[in-house]
Write a protein that binds this ligand. Structure first.
Ligand SMILES: [Zn+2]
Length: 301
């Protein structure tokens, strides 16, 4: 009997050590998707920001903060994207553990926040800064590739036993991102110079990569309702730029969009920068970009 207990104990210890996956926590669906690709076959990261919330004001529960403090790695976008995270736990660490911030990756492509004219300024930031970087870095697949490399390097160190698998997964993910980028370039070429209006200014990285032409935004990052004067400016912009589409986001009602397109020739459609309706997992990143490309090309063609 004693041998049986001992051997069962040994077997269960072996099984535990072979199956132990690192505990990894991430914030938004697209970042979670890239981390999931790298961890494929090892484990599943925890997703903190999911569903019908603006990426700029999603809040975090005490349980989520505790999960981050006990994780082996916590990947966030940074750049004040996860604003509530900063309020609760500080922007540098959680429970003494450093966040791994995607916005600090060496060589990352960044664009300054657009302000003035038909670009609604960010309501949470002093408008005079001008030079702060637009946080929607994931919408350029070239940045996603750098993020995949950083995720793999981080996990290699946190969990050396699975390093070969992380590296192989990263290589596969990088090839898929190259294919995605090439497909979207082909798909979007015919609508490159057709002007459109977005709900909030989230698509700058996508625009630069694929040569599409947003000419204004309706709401600021905190998604507060636009003023009457603001709606008037956007209305005039639609007419003067011949913008054919105004895109709302799935999180928000289209009341503001209906107001700005009234009496113009513009149609309304939907763009979603964070994948509010997507099933989280390795495929969500590519689904997100395909969905943006499809909605743009359908409405602008
Ligand atoms: Zn945003």
């Amino acid at each position: 009997m004693r041998y049986l207990v001992l051997s069962l104990l040994c077997a269960s210890m072996l099984a535990t050590s072979a199956q132990a996956a690192p505990k990894v926590v991430t914030t938004i669906v697209p970042l979670h998707s890239l981390v999931s690709s790298v961890m494929d076959g090892v484990g599943t990261p925890e997703l903190l920001m999911q569903g019908q919330n603006s990426e700029h004001n999603a809040s975090f529960t005490p349980q989520q903060i505790a999960d981050m403090a006990h994780a082996d790695a916590v990947f966030i976008i940074g750049n004040n994207l996860e604003t509530k995270l900063g309020e609760i736990s500080g922007t540098e660490t959680v429970g003494g553990k450093a966040f791994i911030k995607m916005n600090e990756i060496q060589g990352l492509i960044t664009h300054a926040i657009r302000e003035g004219g038909t670009w609604e300024p960010d309501g949470d930031e002093p408008p005079s800064t001008g030079v702060s970087a637009d946080p929607h870095i994931w919408l350029d697949p070239e940045n996603a590739k750098l993020m995949v490399k950083t995720i793999a390097t981080t996990l290699d160190k946190a969990d050396p036993a699975n390093a070969k698998l992380y590296d192989a997964n990263a290589t596969k993910a990088l090839a898929e991102l190259d294919r995605l980028e090439a497909d979207l370039k082909t798909q979007l070429t015919p609508v490159q110079h057709k002007p459109f209006i977005v709900f909030h200014d989230a698509y700058q990285y996508f625009e630069h990569r694929f040569g599409v032409t947003a000419v204004g935004s309706i709401s600021n990052f905190s998604a507060t309702p636009p003023s009457a004067q603001r709606l008037e400016e956007i209305h005039n912009k639609i007419n003067s730029s011949n913008a054919t589409c105004v895109f709302r986001e799935p999180q928000f009602t289209d009341a503001a969009v209906v107001t700005v397109i009234e009496g113009t020739k513009a149609k309304s459609s939907v763009l979603d920068p964070i994948g509010a309706d997507l099933k989280p997992g390795p495929d969500a990143y590519s689904e997100l970009l395909h969905e943006i490309a499809k909605n743009l090309s359908d409405c602008l063609s």
